[in-house]
Design a protein around this ligand. Structure first.
Ligand SMILES: Nc1ncnc2c1ncn2[C@@H]1O[C@H](COP(=O)(O)OP(=O)(O)OP(=O)(O)O)[C@@H](O)[C@H]1O
Length: 266
């Protein structure tokens, strides 16, 4: 199917650890997919394999029918542009203003010299302002990124990812360092882009309530494997107990408590 992301028997081994173990998945265009699981379950490794920050030990990853795992040079750079990644720690340049940070998302389109000079066209500036507008950040456009709140910085990171004009958006624990109110704004931003642009979103989450509230599909990983793959309604308490284990359930309950506050109006 067009623009489907497919993983087939993908594994990644680090020493004795099978961080991702024989994962097979098809992600249809436009899905909003949450990946949950205990710490160390393999969630980050799976996202990093998809955008080729790391290479698989075995298996195949394809997008729109093209193999991703063998891409090199220019075609690998093109894939990284098509497959934007949001990180927990925002990855912005604190001393640069918000607009410039967003424009950095365009650099993959530039040659070496224009990248070094950070020269951008008027059309790119307009595109960056439109992306900031979608995330309600135009008033902050000329402010230094380092002076913004964590939630605002993460929304700048989403705007920066948007100007890459990606085909798929990966987010690795994008709300893990945010308070509940900011976490809601960031998740709302991702959901809006998913709904309006039909962009596929794959997001690692620590908090089950967030996954239930936002995701069409929830994938739970355990010890590198896909342990559950279904809708929020199919994710019963028994499955949750199996995903997190008795010990993990304690951390998980704390996470639920903190996200429950998201739903409470201020
Ligand atoms: N670069 C690496 N070198 C060695 N081991 C690694 C490396 N990256 C991940 N691992 C191991 O692989 C396993 C899966 O890690 P991963 O970070 O993918 O889990 P996770 O589910 O994202 O956890 P968390 O929620 O804590 O981020 C862990 O046992 C981890 O220690």
């Amino acid at each position: 199917m067009a623009a489907t992301l497919s993983l087939s028997n993908v594994s990644r081994v680090f020493g004795d650890t099978r961080a991702v173990d024989q994962v097979t998945l098809d992600i249809a265009p436009g899905q909003f997919v949450g990946v949950i699981g205990r710490s160390g379950a393999g969630k980050s490794t799976m996202l990093r394999l998809i955008n080729r920050l790391i290479d698989p030990s075995e298996g195949s990853i394809s997008f729109d029918g093209s193999e991703i795992t063998t891409l090199k040079g220019k075609s690998l750079r093109a894939w990284r542009r098509d497959c934007a990644m949001i990180f927990q720690q925002f990855n912005l340049v604190d001393r640069l203003d918000v607009l410039t940070n967003v424009l950095i998302g365009r650099l993959a389109e530039h040659g070496f010299l224009s990248s070094m000079a950070m020269r951008f066209t008027d059309a790119e500036r307009t595109m960056a302002l439109q992306a900031l507008d979608r995330l309600d950040l135009v008033p902050q456009a000329l402010q230094r990124a380092g002076t913004l709140s964590g939630g605002q910085q993460q929304r700048v990171a989403i705007a920066k990812a948007l100007v890459q004009q990606p085909k798929i958006m990966l987010a690795d624990e994008p709300i893990a360092s945010l308070d509940p109110a900011n976490a809601t704004l960031v998740m709302d931003g991702l959901k809006q882009i998913n709904t309006e642009d039909g962009l596929t979103v794959l997001v690692n989450l620590h908090t089950l309530d967030t996954a239930r509230a936002y995701c069409d599909r929830i994938i739970a990983m355990r010890a590198g494997r896909v342990f559950f793959d279904g809708t929020a309604a199919q994710l019963t308490d028994d499955v949750v107990r199996d995903i997190y284990g008795t010990e993990g359930l304690r951390d998980f309950n704390e996470a639920v408590t903190s996200t429950q506050r998201i739903a409470v109006p201020a």
